[in-house]
Design a protein around this ligand. Structure first.
Ligand code: XIL
Length: 373
């Protein structure tokens, strides 16, 4: 007997249609995530603290896993944390190890921050045996080399990208008169990159700094990178920290800054993004926000009227980042929720995309929206 084709197919077609109808709405309501929204553009990172990467802050850890595909260590790989005392016995690897394990378990692109910096570096690093005067150039170079070889070597192939030198420039574009510069001389930067490259030839090596959007400092940074490149120094990325305000830098400054560094042939990464709502500002609106917050000594946080301004600021910044998506490989937020941010400093700031209850703010939606074609 000949079985009619339509009678055979109908139940299957109907089932398929039904399945389509029932599964599609679920897919549509699935909340968006930052890492998915920008998966064709760049990685989305976040600075994590110890409570997050150990899982003690369960909500924070869950949020990091869900939203981000790259992590930076807020403090645990800084010199004072990982080598508080001199010599091979002076290291404290446990927190760094946990940080890297967290990133690996969750398949994340793991950043190292930071090897050579004037801040959060113990005094002994720069001192002679008398404990008072600076040590000599050879001693400091040896300490730097030992530190970099040990730390970069320990996480070789696992930490994919290092901030080798952090904040070496002053606002006027000249080198900061840090103990590194005073004791070793200008070539301390080249040496740091060389040592890091020796320790892990495959790692992306970053020069990281703030306020590079300001032309004078940017010129200094461009000159520095060019000089390093001319000397064959393996600097492969520039990190724009982007601790920004509502009205600084302008979108034009951000745009020009990314273009200027991309032109040098290095990758550009946004490394420490947050929007400080409480810093001094020229704009009257923001001055009013500060005034209101200050009237209760910053203990009640900011009025809700500030949310739209923050959302617009983030949307504008992400539109510039997207414009440069072929040069930008990573955008990292400096903290998970407002409660975690270093910008609180005894006041209640709201610089990030998630509030103190781990909930997305209007700024989160604005960033997600900016990713739509
Ligand atoms: C900050 C941390 O967020 C704070 O917890 C710490 O007390 C001080 O350092 N530029 C950098 C970061 O490169 O390492 C700084 O992080 C913020 C400014």
């Amino acid at each position: 007997m000949k079985f009619p084709f339509s009678a055979f197919c109908f139940p299957f077609l109907a089932a398929l249609l039904l399945a389509g109808c029932t599964t599609r709405p679920e897919q549509e309501v699935k909340p968006a995530t930052l890492k998915d929204a920008f998966k064709h553009d760049f990685l989305i990172g976040v600075a994590v603290n110890q409570r997050q990467f150990t899982g003690a802050d369960t909500n924070g850890a869950a949020l990091v896993r869900r939203q981000f595909n790259s992590i930076s260590p807020e403090n645990v790989l800084k010199w004072e944390a990982i080598q508080p005392r001199p010599g091979a016995g002076g290291y404290n690897f446990a927190p760094g190890d946990r940080y890297v394990e967290f990133g690996e378990t969750n398949g994340m692109y793991i950043i190292g921050h930071t090897l050579v910096w004037h801040s959060q570096t113990p005094a002994w690093v720069f001192l002679a045996a008398d404990g008072t005067n600076y040590c000599d150039r050879e001693t400091l170079l040896k300490r730097m080399r030992d530190h970099i070889q040990t730390v970069v070597g320990r996480y070789k192939g696992r930490i994919k990208c290092w901030d080798v030198v952090n904040e070496a420039l002053q606002d006027n574009g000249e080198l900061r008169p840090s103990p590194w510069l005073k004791i070793i001389g200008e070539d301390y930067i080249a040496k740091a990159f060389q040592y890091a490259h020796e320790a892990d030839p495959d790692a992306v090596l970053r020069y990281n700094d703030y306020s590079l959007e300001n032309e004078t400092k940017r010129k200094g940074a461009i000159a520095l990178i060019k000089k390093l490149q001319a000397g064959g120094v393996p600097v492969t990325a520039v990190g724009l920290q982007d601790h920004v305000k509502l009205d600084w830098p302008t979108i034009e400054q951000e745009d020009a800054t990314i273009s200027d560094f991309a032109r040098l042939g290095v990758k550009v990464m946004i490394t420490e993004l947050d929007v400080d709502l409480l810093s001094r500002s020229r704009s009257a609106d923001i001055a009013e926000v500060r005034k209101q917050a200050a009237s209760n000594n910053f203990t009640n946080g900011l009025p809700d009227t500030v949310q739209p301004a923050l959302a617009k600021r983030y949307a504008d910044l992400f539109s510039v980042f997207l414009k440069h998506r072929h040069d930008i490989t990573l955008v990292t937020f400096w903290g998970v929720t407002d409660g975690d941010s270093w910008l609180n400093r005894g006041r209640l700031n709201q610089p990030l995309l998630f509030d103190r209850q781990w909930q997305p703010k209007p700024a989160f939606d604005a960033v997600i929206q900016s990713a739509q074609p």
